[in-house]
Design a protein around this ligand. Structure first.
Ligand code: KG4
Ligand code: ZN
Length: 329
């Protein structure tokens, strides 16, 4: 079954073609056109510029993903319809609807978060159900219990900033360019994580997260100590984020008695988080599943895979599908 995925939820235009059969998932293509260069000089994503760039790129990206496959040969087109930037989502949804209408093929609507959760099934060892899923990205930080495909229970979410958002905001405070996560990750390797004791919002009795206080603490520290070593700030900030993400996942393992964890979202590309989560999983005798970096950050292969699971259950969307900026899973 050939399923095309489209994701334009944020600042990457992405399309992917999957061939899915009883033998597994073959990723025929996974094209991601990054807009980082456009947004870099503004220190963050400018929504209007993101939508305009999606309009310019969507045709090329989908064409490249199809690799000569005709739209009529597809079993379905899966599109991310939220959550995300409304103008960006509109481009992907409109394109997918037009394609399905003209080729007479089914349309499937996919929640972006569902894509991140299922990204763990795209490559490598796959978890059995049930498992715990931690999504840490630029727009979201949430913990789910996953009992089956399309059966998710939210256990916790951020009450303010997402982990990736904190990385991007702190990198801006440090005078680094957007996106900040990969740069802080690199700088932290030569910094002292114990140099500054930044706060950790553990929020006892809850699996929710909060990172806005940490961001403020970094801002005040930089203001009051302009001579501090930048790599030490990066390492100390990262230690705080990673401590919280790892500790909360550990609490979820204990509370829900599930010893399988899937880590996804852009922040799952972080080397320290991957290392510390691996150590914690070993200590707790738990299985840890982390997709390769290209499937941690936004991609349409995860949307196509989630779309496939909706499609085989008969869950298709009408051509009146509207994108939604806020869309709980
Ligand atoms: O999942 P993603 O591509 O987009 C969203 O759905 O938000 O995540 C992007 C986020 C950005 O905030 C970026 O700074 C962060 O992931 N990120 C990282 C790393 N690579 C990307 N954060 C920490 N360490 C990294 N290596
Ligand atoms: Zn994402």
């Amino acid at each position: 079954m050939l399923v095309l995925g489209i994701d334009t939820s944020c600042d990457d235009t992405s399309s992917s073609l999957l061939d899915i059969s009883d033998n597994g998932v073959e990723i025929i293509s996974n094209i991601v056109s990054s807009q980082a260069e456009i947004h870099r000089k503004y220190g963050g994503i400018v929504p209007e510029l993101a939508s305009r760039r999606h309009i310019e790129m969507i045709w090329h990206v989908v064409d490249e993903a199809l690799k000569g496959t005709k739209p009529e040969e597809l079993s379905a087109v899966a599109v991310c319809y939220g959550p995300g930037l409304i103008g960006s989502l509109l481009v992907g949804c409109s394109f997918a609807k037009a394609m399905c209408y003209s080729a007479g093929i089914p349309l499937v609507a996919v929640n972006h978060l569902e894509g991140h959760i299922l990204s763990v099934f795209l490559a490598g060892e796959k978890p059995e159900f049930p498992f715990l899923a931690l999504i840490a990205s630029g727009g979201h930080t949430c913990l789910y219990r996953v009992d089956d495909y399309l059966k998710y229970t939210e256990l916790g979410r951020t009450r303010d900033d997402a982990a990736g958002e904190a990385y991007d905001k702190v990198s801006k405070l440090l005078g680094l360019s957007y996106p900040g996560g990969p740069q802080i990750d690199r700088m932290a390797k030569t910094g002292n994580p114990k140099a500054i004791k930044f706060p950790r919002a553990y929020l006892p009795q809850s699996l929710d997260f909060s990172f806005s206080g940490l961001k403020t603490a970094v801002m005040l520290t930089i203001r009051d100590n302009p001579r501090l070593n930048v790599n030490d700030i990066a390492a100390s900030f990262q230690a705080s984020i990673v401590d919280v993400l790892v500790r909360k996942t550990e609490w979820a393992i204990k509370k829900h008695r599930i010893k399988r964890i899937a880590l996804s979202g852009g922040v799952a590309a972080n080397s320290e988080l991957r290392k510390r989560m691996t150590e914690m999983a070993e200590e707790r005798d738990a299985e840890l599943y982390i997709p390769p970096v290209s499937f941690c950050t936004d991609n349409a292969a995860m949307i196509a895979l989630a779309g496939y699971h909706h499609f085989i259950r008969g869950d298709t969307a009408g051509l009146d599908l509207n994108p939604r900026a806020y869309l709980p899973l």
